[in-house]
Design a protein around this ligand. Structure first.
Ligand SMILES: [Zn+2]
Length: 261
């Protein structure tokens, strides 16, 4: 299999996977009972799921993200939302309200900062943010919490939501990339100078962005976990089209083709 055949095959599989995922998503939403006395709960949960699916869609449409340089940033966002959802499910009414309050508080804080810098050209953006917040709630009613939305950190959130492993082995690992920590930087962006008289100092390198389907599988796997959490909460025995199984089977075939070529 040539490199260009590999890329074309990956593109095709990713595209079909996403079509299946969209069908699966709409089936799930159309079968969900909406409690009209608690629309905010549905909005937050469905909004977070839509965010995760959109992040996966971004990877599907952009193969240069399928590598250790870019994918971990997207994966971290997907997992962040998974942990948030798992925690929300512990006490949906209370946690959804906290989540909304924090978000509106953050927006109000941004508005306050923009107003304080007192620039004439900020008039339009101030109007936009005010309208945006007022659609949800009057901005002067929002309480600003500068900590986290649920008053605990992400590690404690994961422990309470019984997904500490997800935090330890996925979220934390991908955070190293998102923060550009030293242990992420030195093995990837530096190499030893070839001049032996230079005391082996390291010089920067700009790595190629390789395309490895394993990163799309990882993203799809975390999304699948989130969708399965949702199904456990909202359906007794719903069976939806399994886009993830398609992805894994097809990439397994590609793997065999690459090995045999
Ligand atoms: Zn040198």
């Amino acid at each position: 299999m040539t490199d260009s055949d590999y890329i074309l095959a990956c593109q095709k599989i990713a595209h079909v996977y996403y079509e299946k995922l969209e069908v699966e998503h709409f089936e799930r939403i159309s079968k969900s009972d909406i409690n009209l006395t608690k629309t905010q709960n549905h909005e937050v949960i469905h909004g977070l799921l839509a965010r995760q699916i959109t992040l996966v869609s971004g990877m599907v449409k952009s193969l240069p993200t399928w590598n250790e340089h870019i994918a971990p940033i997207i994966l971290r966002c997907i997992i962040d939302a998974t942990i948030t959802l798992k925690y929300i499910y512990l006490d949906v009414d209370k946690h959804v309200q906290q989540f909304v309050d924090f978000g509106l508080g953050q927006e109000t804080l941004m508005l306050k900062r923009i107003k304080e810098r007192n620039l004439a050209e900020d008039g339009e953006i101030i109007n936009q943010i005010e309208q945006h917040i007022n659609k949800e709630r009057k901005h002067f009613l929002n309480i600003i919490n500068v900590g986290s939305w649920n008053f605990i950190n992400i590690r404690e959130t994961a422990i309470k939501a019984q997904c500490k492993e997800l935090y330890d082995f996925a979220y934390s690992q991908f955070s190293i990339a998102a923060h550009s920590s030293w242990n992420f930087i030195f093995p990837r962006y530096l190499e030893y100078c070839k001049n032996p008289l230079h005391k082996y100092h390291r010089v920067p390198v700009l790595p190629e962005l390789e395309v490895n389907y394993i990163f799309l599988i990882m993203a799809a796997d975390h999304l699948k976990q989130s969708l399965s959490d949702y199904d456990k909460l909202f359906f007794d025995s719903a069976v939806f089209q399994n886009s993830f199984d398609y992805l894994v089977t097809e990439f397994k075939n590609i793997h065999e083709d690459v090995e045999n070529s």
